[in-house]
Design a protein around this ligand. Structure first.
Ligand SMILES: Cc1ncc(COP(=O)(O)O)c(C=O)c1O
Length: 405
């Protein structure tokens, strides 16, 4: 074939790889996100932080200072692992050496890197059940098989995991959200974390501990010990999404020392590194005023805690006895359970949409059978005012009454 006989670019068909062809059709995040909705709909759909508690002015000031630096280092290339100032700040907070921190473009990117580095095609991966479904989408990168493990009121059921492992299952990795689980809201105890690490070390799998909600606890301090930061078998995944804003696309991995070169090798074959500029601005924000991050968290915790209580109380008041509601102690979601088995949960979501309230059905979250997720609703309260949350509960109760008529 000569150059003249080559088909033009338009005529040539782009060939997708088998990997891309195997991706499941993008469903959006549940079909609620695609449905037509009322113009005045109250959307309790995503774990979205409220702009009122994101440090916008401080970010503007930090940006100005960064752009005034001689030689403009923030506009240059930087290291794959991340810029030193940010890695050091994160490392001090995590209680690990900076050499173990790799800066990412957010939590989901950190998970993709963890998967690409440690999961072979066709490997078995144990996962939360119910699960944050985006992780399953990420797993398509390695065409893994999944082994669902029950999540109870206190996070992953480590006893069930132990039994499955003793029964012969040999996952390459395990995925869990240890604090203020999405969607179930439970947190894994210190004992549970220690046991999970022990199992990982004994049976030789890697734990992906995905922890975006850790800082959003409504009461009490951060636990003193974090076993996930002290094992060769754990990749601890985190993000600034819920605390400084998802649009920054900035997160980090706490890696076992031995895995750092591998993850750096994978990353250096992709985008090289996260934006130097965004890293520099966030590092400047965090280090210029040492108390700023905690003050930001305090405001966020107070706001979200109050919203969680308001929504729970409003549901009890508007639909008395209909839901089992546990007020979460952190995070951005309520996970109420329908008490009456005769209520059709799918119809309820459709009626709620007609009444003007949108949420994720619990049935969207399971990774396998054996959960009560299909009797649940995931109500995100982070970016909705208390008035609107109360109105949402009124609309939800109205939707329930439609089935009672
Ligand atoms: C459990 C969990 N993991 C990861 C993420 C993704 O975080 P990021 O926006 O930093 O990619 C989210 C965001 O909602 C989440 O809920």
């Amino acid at each position: 074939m000569t150059l003249d006989t080559l088909p033009t670019l338009d005529a040539r068909q782009l060939e997708r790889t088998a990997l891309v062809r195997a991706f499941t059709a993008p469903k959006g995040f549940g079909d609620q996100t695609l449905r037509d909705r009322r113009a005045d709909a109250i959307e309790l759909l995503g774990g979205i932080p409220d702009p009122a508690v994101l440090p916008a002015h401080e970010l503007a000031d930090a940006t100005a200072r960064v752009l005034a630096q001689p030689g403009l280092p923030a506009l240059q290339y930087s290291r794959t692992e991340g810029i030193p100032a940010l890695r050091e700040w994160i490392a001090a907070r995590e209680g690990v050496p900076a050499s173990r921190i790799l800066v990412t473009n957010g939590g989901f990117h950190g998970l993709a890197l963890a998967i690409q580095t440690t999961v072979e095609r066709g490997d078995l991966v144990a996962v939360d059940n119910p699960i944050f479904p985006l992780f399953l989408r990420g797993l398509e990168l390695s065409d893994a098989r999944i082994l669902p493990v029950r999540v109870g009121p206190h996070g992953l059921d480590v006893d069930e995991l132990g039994a499955v492992l003793r029964g012969g299952a040999r996952p390459a990795a395990l995925y869990t959200v240890p604090d203020f689980h999405n969607p179930t809201q439970g947190s894994l105890s210190l004992e549970g974390r220690r046991e999970l690490v022990r199992l990982a070390e004994h049976y030789g799998f890697v734990v992906f501990a995905d922890n975006p909600y850790r800082e959003l606890r409504f009461a009490g301090g951060v636990p003193e010990e974090e076993p996930f930061n002290h094992s060769e078998r754990v990749i601890h995944v985190n993000t600034f999404t819920k605390t400084l804003g998802p649009g920054l696309r900035l997160g980090w991995l706490v890696l076992p020392e031995s895995l750092v070169p591998d993850v750096v090798a994978v990353r250096s074959r992709q985008d090289s590194h996260s934006s130097t500029f965004v890293q520099a601005v966030v590092a400047e924000l965090l280090t210029h005023d040492a108390g700023l991050f905690d003050a930001t968290l305090d405001r966020a915790r107070a706001l979200y805690g109050s919203r969680a209580r308001t929504l729970a109380e409003a549901i009890d008041r508007e639909a008395p006895g209909e839901f089992e509601v546990e007020v979460p102690t952190g995070g951005l979601f309520l996970w109420p359970r329908l008490r009456d088995a005769r209520v059709d949960a799918d119809r309820l979501a459709a009626d709620a949409s007609t009444e003007g309230v949108e949420y994720q059905r619990g049935s969207f979250f399971p990774s396998g059978p054996g959960t009560d997720a299909d009797r649940r609703l995931r109500l995100a309260f982070g970016d909705t005012t208390e008035d609107r949350l109360a109105e949402a509960a009124t609309r939800l109760a109205r939707a329930l009454r439609r089935q009672r008529e």
